[in-house]
Design a protein around this ligand. Structure first.
Ligand SMILES: CCCCCCCC(=O)SCCNC(=O)CCNC(=O)[C@H](O)C(C)(C)COP(=O)(O)OP(=O)(O)OC[C@H]1O[C@@H](n2cnc3c(N)ncnc32)[C@H](O)[C@@H]1OP(=O)(O)O
Length: 216
């Protein structure tokens, strides 16, 4: 069934999105507490049982692999469960994306759940932020597309618990190919690029897109 046909009125949608974001927020706090705690094993066992009990309350009907959540706008809109921008996904910082004159800018602060070297962000996390933001830049330029090539340079470690800025912009197109650049800086020092990226995105042809996203 097409998810668009089952969408609830917008007030219900807002209500549902608020609830999803609320749970995501609390789960992020739980994840942060989990990777920081030095509490003894007996407490960890107790909490584990409690979390298992809570999880069992969310195992009614689940969406299928290709189902687009009715709270989402795909492509090019709200993604409640994106691992980067989704307020309902505890894996997401989540990044807040704003358009700017020259592409898109994302704002976020990563925690120690995203740590690679002690005190610094995991390199794969930086890649994920940049990949996502470069995808948003494609959509903002009117060409939603998928990554086919992503090259990163790590110039300096990205600190955790520090407000960050991720910038991405389209530099050119060639038929279905979109060329994009991106960077990560701290909010405090926007001139010092800690990670830079170059990527090629490709807008799938309509037939390929239908096969990839049958519920769209
Ligand atoms: C809204 C924000 C969401 C952002 C999400 C973040 C972005 C993502 O993470 S996307 C997920 C990761 N990416 C993927 O899974 C994509 C995997 N790749 C694919 O499925 C396919 O390559 C797909 C669908 C993109 C394109 O397939 P298809 O439509 O058949 O294109 P295809 O004909 O192979 O290639 C088109 C052009 O791109 C070129 N191309 C393909 N791969 C590459 C590459 N690695 N480098 C450079 N050029 C490439 C081809 O040479 C071709 O060029 P030309 O027309 O000049 O010959």
């Amino acid at each position: 069934m097409n998810a668009r046909h089952t969408a609830a009125p917008s007030t219900d949608l807002d209500h549902q999105r608020e609830a999803i974001a609320g749970l995501g927020h609390e789960l992020r706090a739980l994840v942060d507490a989990t990777v920081r705690t030095v509490t003894p094993a007996d407490v960890l066992h107790r909490v584990t049982d409690e979390v298992r009990r809570l999880t069992s309350q969310l195992t009614g009907r689940r969406r299928t692999r290709t189902e687009i959540p009715h709270v989402d706008e795909f492509p090019g809109g709200i993604r409640m469960f994106s691992p980067v921008t989704g307020p309902g996904n505890p894996l997401a910082p989540p990044v807040r994306v704003t358009p700017d004159g020259d592409g898109v800018t994302g704002h976020c602060t990563l925690g120690i759940a995203h740590e690679g070297p002690p005190g610094y962000v995991h390199g794969g996390m930086s890649a994920m932020l940049l990949d996502e933001l470069m995808g948003w830049a494609c959509s903002a330029a009117g060409t939603p597309a998928m990554t086919v090539s992503l090259q990163l340079r790590y110039h300096g470690p990205v600190p955790v618990e520090t407000p960050l800025r991720v910038h991405a912009r389209v530099t050119g197109t060639e038929a279905r190919k979109v060329f994009v650049t991106g960077s990560i800086t701290t909010e405090a020092d926007g001139d010092r690029q800690l990670v830079t990226a170059e990527a090629v995105f490709v807008a799938p042809d309509p037939e390929r897109a239908r096969a990839l996203f049958p519920e769209r």
